[in-house]
Ligand binder design. Structure first.
Ligand SMILES: [Zn+2]
Length: 443
């Protein structure tokens, strides 16, 4: 029995005018998906008249309340499978395409990571809900994952149009990354949550997105074509996107170290950069080792590539070496990159299963990745992992206190960690405020 076909944008159409969706098959058995799309573990809806995002909200008279799924109102344009059970008959600009696209991206990302984890993901909210609600909320300027929901808003572009996040693979995969962390690692007790746990969440979610994107054949092809294997030039690989609260492009190929955060930090996305940078550098180093062991570059060129990171004057010469080597065996380069991708994916999945969420810091993450390396390869990559973590002062220096944080940080945190039972501790809303809220009256 085959899987189910979707049309997915690997690169969102609003970032690249030439981007066309590709037909991708996900693991859902043919004919198993229902209208929505939906199945036994998740469903996509476009609510009609949903006035606010889920999570911690403030009532019209200032009383906080917890807003959780399921959406009970009317819905718009669900996607319907064709008679073979596929959704690839939905093309951009047809109602239902966004819903199909969001489901396809989420399922594709879960497929990749369930293979590395070697088990299906159990939702962290399974005590209260059987299924994840993925809802598309075009008027809301954000995207989020929380207790029972994955919500996709849009970004307003300069011309008054909207760029729906339901068409952005990176953002959906990033939010699925948070779902994986909560499902496997869990939530720390409030008093045992370290700042680096929050940075780890963002870093790991970015890595989930990056490694998942590397499963599109066109991504690997384009990156190698563009860089001829000199990955420090890579755009598609080295860049992640997440909006928080508006779109920002973070770079995996960054120079930040923990020394930048010892005096304090404001935003968990910035704090994630040293860890993401160390993981990206390790991916590149493992790729180089794989190229050397396949005889595609010499050990001298690999060492040269490492040195060129801190000496830009070497870049031209290095590119010449890569151009020549890539021209000799492009296919070998692709195989080496897929090997490196799978080593990092396997280690990150193992790391998630080794770690505990309480008092988690980046030193624990580094130790767990080294343990994963001993488990899977007898320590083949321990030197390069260790040196990449050291270069970022990971485990040696720690994030200081949180400085005045950006607007919405507190809400973001509560939205992810509050449980339905927590609403008992919220103040009771007056009849009047409740009436205003139910009727969407703002005063
Ligand atoms: Zn995030």
């Amino acid at each position: 029995m085959g899987g189910t076909r979707f049309r997915l944008f690997v690169q969102p159409p609003f970032e690249d005018d030439l981007s066309r969706p590709e037909i991708i098959t996900v693991s859902s058995p043919a004919g198993s998906l229902r209208v929505g799309p939906s199945d036994d573990s998740m469903y996509v809806i476009v609510p009609d008249g949903k006035a606010r995002a889920y999570g911690l909200n403030i009532g019209p008279l200032g009383t906080p309340f917890l807003y959780l799924p399921p959406w009970q109102g009317r819905i718009l344009a669900p996607a319907v499978p064709d008679r073979w059970g596929n959704f690839d008959h939905y093309r951009p600009d047809v109602p239902g395409f966004e819903a199909a696209h969001a489901f396809g991206c989420a399922r594709f990302t879960l497929d990749v990571w369930e293979r590395y984890l070697d088990r299906p993901l159990a939702w962290h909210f399974s005590d209260h809900y059987n299924r994840l609600e993925i809802d598309i909320l075009p008027g809301w300027n954000n995207a989020q994952y929380g207790y029972g929901f994955l919500e996709l808003g849009s970004q307003l572009d300069g011309d008054g149009g909207t760029l729906p996040f339901s068409l952005d693979f990176d953002i959906i995969a990033h939010e699925v990354g948070h779902a994986i962390i909560y499902g496997i690692l869990g939530i720390p007790d409030a008093e045992n949550e370290y700042p680096e746990y929050l940075g780890f969440q963002e870093s790991f979610a970015d890595c989930v997105s990056l490694i998942a994107a590397m499963h599109f054949p066109s991504v690997v092809e384009n990156v190698l074509e563009e860089t001829r294997g000199n990955l420090y030039l890579a755009n598609r690989l080295a860049r992640f996107s997440e909006l928080s609260p508006h779109r920002q492009i973070r770079s995996a190929n960054n120079k930040r170290t923990m020394a930048d955060f010892v005096d304090g930090w404001k935003n968990e996305h910035d704090l994630s950069e040293p860890l993401t940078g160390a993981i990206f550098d390790s991916l590149v180093d493992i790729f180089h080792e794989s190229l050397v062991s396949r005889g595609l570059i010499s050990p001298e060129v690999a060492a040269f590539a490492d040195a060129a990171q801190s000496d830009p004057s070497m870049e031209g010469l290095l590119q010449d070496e890569f151009d020549a080597a890539f021209a000799r065996d492009a296919e070998g380069f692709a195989d080496a990159l897929l090997d490196a991708r799978d080593v990092v994916g396997t280690y990150l999945a193992a790391t998630l299963q080794i770690l505990s969420p309480d008092q988690l810091d980046y030193g624990n993450v580094a130790d767990a990745m080294l343990a994963a390396d001993r488990m899977h390869s007898g320590g083949e990559f321990s030197d390069l992992l260790d040196s990449n973590f050291r270069r970022r002062h990971i485990g040696e220096l720690h994030a200081g206190r949180r400085l005045a944080s950006d607007a919405g940080a507190r809400e973001r945190r509560f939205t992810r960690t509050l449980l339905p039972t927590d609403s008992r501790s919220f103040p009771k809303m007056s009849y009047r405020e409740n009436f205003l809220l139910r009727n969407n009256i703002r005063i």
